[in-house]
Design a binder for this molecule. Structure first.
Ligand SMILES: [Zn+2]
Length: 150
């Protein structure tokens, strides 16, 4: 087990369902994930942490590419790690970008997230003590989702 897995295991054991502490802890995990950001071009580091209803945590950071378009956001990295490990029961995600002002998910990430539930809580933070919470539906009203293809 590497130190990152150990840290996440510690976080998992400390996370309690349904309280404010849990949101702050998820922000803290996202802040740690932000340190792993690979963003030599924008120099804008972003971290994200997904929490599932089954109590799992998956982290992500933004990863840029010299050819730009393959660049992927922290939110989608965290979501893809979560989904690819077999968890689709996403309850919330914390996102931390700038320390100066709250960063919100980009449009692509909002569309990516709505696929897995418009009621997912999105904790948009600039620090552990400064954040705003929205649902995906609030961030992406009148979205096009899986139900529209039925
Ligand atoms: Zn994005």
């Amino acid at each position: 087990m590497d130190s990152n897995s150990r840290q996440i295991k510690q976080h998992n054991s400390r996370i309690k369902r349904g309280g404010e502490m849990e949101d702050k802890l998820l922000i803290k995990i996202a802040l740690e994930a932000r340190e792993k950001s690979y963003s030599p071009y924008s120099k804008f580091k972003v971290g994200a942490a997904v929490y599932t209803k089954s109590g799992k945590v998956f982290t992500g950071c933004n990863i840029e590419s010299a050819s730009y378009s393959p660049t992927i956001c922290a939110e989608r990295v965290a979501f893809t790690k979560c989904i690819s490990e077999g968890y689709k029961d996403i309850e919330k995600i914390a996102v931390v970008g700038s320390d100066v002002k709250i960063s919100f998910p980009c449009g692509v990430c909002r569309q990516f997230m709505v696929e897995f539930g418009e009621d997912i809580k999105v904790i948009c933070a600039k620090s552990i003590d400064s954040y705003e919470i929205y649902t995906v539906k609030e961030l992406l009203p009148h979205s096009f989702g899986p139900e529209d293809l039925q």
